[in-house]
Design a protein around this ligand. Structure first.
Ligand code: FAD
Ligand code: SF4
Ligand code: SF4
Length: 429
């Protein structure tokens, strides 16, 4: 059988997108499979990106645009790989592509269909900090800028009442309730898995009071709170109120003990959060509760020192097990043991839980489907016999970005480039 030259990339975060563009530029046909209705991954949730605090949208939007316009890249959103069969040079892939119910050729992204929709539901992409309609795009600036319909909540699909309001509002006849899910079969020579990672579910640790007080946030919720295209247009106010926090505690390493590894980026994004707060609310007091500060590399140490030393108060505490967040309607109190084994408390208006990253829920299914191994923590493992390799335990399948383990954007992109050179060296040009 002839060797296939096409490549499949799973996951349209920064790692997957960068890999696609490089492959497409070499003339390869690339299939990019993304489970969400939009491309961009976690990076587009950030207003600014450490270490240079550059505007994330300015960094990522040109990449997203190029992906969507490149003739060698076929992007399949709302899609998941269902079957991977074969070996290096000849993989057969079956993809389950869900119906969008809105035509990406007819829709011009005018948003006229949103307002008339009578349904209002929580927007998970916005970390449930705001609502969306049953016909929606996850955030403003979504790419592709074409809405999708949530069939579980849409009245037309769930039969709760008759509704045609979005169809009536659309002057471009772009909405099609008869759209159907599809099975797409493709042949590729190599695969890059760039499915990113999940974020540790802090509600599993009741000592931190997450979900019990409106002032307690996860780090990703805080990213959206700060974002100018986010739920409060970048206003730092406490959930369900107009109140501006006068004091904020950042708790490092939440979930680290349970995950048994350091995610390596939380100290950096926490320093970035402290910088955001000082920039927006210069009089707000910031306290960093830490046991370890992990900032590798030549630029990161300086970034953290500059921000933490000047803009925040660092509080070393003795034990994560003995740090408890107590709350009543008006106050959040952090109870902790100091480095000198003394019990102390501190009352603040807002808490940010710097949560660890963990493997995606479907990593185990993907590993079985692709016949590749996971490491003991549940991330995809690379071939340990080849130093620095990004090849998985099966030839022809490569891993890039946070799918291999938590990391920053820069390292994710470097791995994407390494995965592309791996693909190029295993497929004839
Ligand atoms: C709160 C927070 C702040 C951060 N701030 C910074 C920062 O300032 N600077 C920095 O360098 N790094 C930062 N990071 C880290 C940064 O987010 C990651 O380095 C980056 O997102 C990794 O990119 P990725 O492409 O590997 O994964 P992701 O960005 O997670 O993208 C993975 C993509 O794959 C898709 N996907 C997942 N599973 C499947 C599947 N089965 N099928 C199809 N598609 C799938 C996902 O929907 C997603 O679109 C931050 C992380 C967090 C949590
Ligand atoms: S579906 Fe129609 S109304 Fe809605 S954004 Fe697209 S073109 Fe506009
Ligand atoms: S048909 Fe569904 S998506 Fe369209 S307006 Fe009605 S409830 Fe909303």
């Amino acid at each position: 059988m002839d060797q296939q030259k096409n490549v499949l990339v799973i996951g349209a975060g920064i790692a997957g997108m960068k890999a696609c563009l490089l492959l497409a530029k070499t003339g390869k046909q690339v299939y990019l499979v993304e489970k969400l209705p939009i491309i961009g991954g976690k990076t587009i949730k950030n207003e600014e990106s450490f270490p240079n605090l550059e505007c994330s949208t300015c960094m990522v939007a040109p990449v997203q645009q190029e992906i969507l316009q490149h003739p060698n890249i076929k992007t399949l959103t709302l899609s998941e790989v269902e079957k991977i069969e074969g070996d290096i040079g000849n993989f057969t892939i079956i993809i389950n592509k869900k119906a969008r119910y809105v035509s990406d050729t007819d829709c011009i992204g005018c948003d006229m269909c949103f307002d008339p929709c009578p349904v209002s539901i929580s927007n998970e992409w916005e970390e449930n900090l705001m609502n969306k309609k049953a016909i929606y795009v996850p955030c403003s600036g979504s790419l592709p800028n074409v809405p999708t319909i949530d069939t579980e909540h849409c009245y037309h699909f769930n039969g709760k009442q008759e509704c045609n309001a979005c169809v009536e509002a659309c002057m471009f006849e772009a909405i099609n309730f008869d759209d159907k899910d599809e099975k797409v079969e493709i042949q590729v020579g190599a695969v890059i898995i760039a499915t990113g990672s999940d974020i540790y579910d802090v509600s599993l640790l009741p000592q931190f009071g997450y979900g019990k007080h409106p002032g307690i946030y996860t780090s990703m919720e805080f990213e959206r709170l700060f974002a100018s295209n986010g739920p409060t247009s970048g206003e730092l106010t406490i959930r369900n109120s107009e109140k501006t926090p006068k004091s904020i505690a950042i708790i490092h390493c939440v979930g680290r003990k349970e995950q048994d590894y350091c995610s390596g980026i939380c100290c950096m994004y926490s320093a970035k959060h402290a910088h955001f707060i000082k920039h927006k609310l210069p009089d707000t007091k910031i306290y960093n509760f830490y046991r370890d500060i992990c900032v590798p590399g030549k630029t990161y140490q300086k970034f953290v020192e500059k921000i933490n030393d000047i803009e925040t108060q660092m509080i070393y505490h003795n034990s994560m097990d003995e740090l408890n967040i107590l709350h009543n309607e008006n106050e959040i109190t952090i109870e902790y043991i100091t480095g000198k084994s003394k019990k102390e408390t501190l009352t603040v208006d807002m808490v940010i839980l710097a949560s660890a990253l963990n493997p995606g829920k479907d990593f185990s299914d993907i590993s079985k489907m692709a016949k590749i191994d996971l490491d003991k923590n549940g991330f995809f493992i690379t071939n340990q016999e080849k130093v620095g390799s990004v090849e998985s335990t099966k030839p022809g399948i490569f891993i890039a970005g946070c799918a291999e383990g938590p990391k920053d954007v820069q390292t994710s992109v470097i791995q994407a480039e390494a995965a592309v050179s791996g693909v190029m060296s295993c497929l004839d040009s």
